[in-house]
Design a protein around this ligand. Sequence first.
Ligand code: G6P
Length: 312
Amino acid sequence: MSRPIILGIVGDSAAGKTTLTRGIAQVLGPENVTLICTDDYHRYDRQQRAETGITALHPDCNHLDIMQQHLALLRTGQPILKPVYSHKTGTFEPPQYIKPNKFVIIEGLLGYSTRAARDAYDVKVYLAPPESLRADWKIKRDTQKRGYTKEQVLAELEKREPDSEQFIRPQRQWSDIVVTFYPPNDNETENGGHLNVRLILRPTIPHPDFTQILHPDNDDSESPVRLGLDRDMGKPVDVLEVDGHATLEQVNKIEHVMCNDMPYLRNVCDREINPELGKIAGTTGETLQSYPLAITQLIVTYHMLKATQGHS
Ligand code: G6P
């Protein structure tokens, strides 16, 4: 039997990890997916952190050694006894026995921070929304779901910034795909969910050949779907951008490139690619309806399926 395929979704607090994770699990079929959130590997509970001043973003605040051991076990198809951190109470609960399904999605703050952890993934995604949008998302989520006031969230964001800079953001360099959802106008925050997406595709994994339909840097910069060449953290990358107002026809072209060498994906597209795909409820309950989200989910799913072919 082949081993599970492991996807990493890493990014700062409230960067959209859970929303993207859920969407991809939906496309792969929830029954095929094991979801793991690395917040469960926090070393200190909420009260201990408040007393000492350490933030959840600091490596010392997490059992990264155990996390990487568990990743290695999951990669070879073995079960783990996973700790459980409750966001509701800020304390730990009894551990859970987890047996990996065909696909494992690991989301969290520090998933790429050690070499051994990085080696465990087949596909690595990093979420990098603009900081202003992330702050909006965090305020929304933490006030609605986690019982904090807006002032507390803003104070927390400020307190965590040094750790974000030192430990979270550098992990972007290890990802295969950097996902940035952003509002169409710079000074505008999310309006009705019509975000654009910028996907940085590093040559660390073989991406679908979008040059069949889009021409890098030759293209009409006004088009809602664009392919370009750029550099990210000093390295050359391809960049696929899909605007929130892209049409179904434009989105279909991108899908067809992926579906052509991925039969299962064709089924998914036939079933799901319509105005409904990409309609995923975020953790705050609001609906993010978008083709940009749909395309992001499909590209990540494409790579998960490719990985299954790699070692069957
Ligand atoms: C943020 C992060 C979580 C982390 C939490 C811990 O909200 O997004 O990943 O677990 O901080 O802080 P807490 O609010 O539970 O004390």
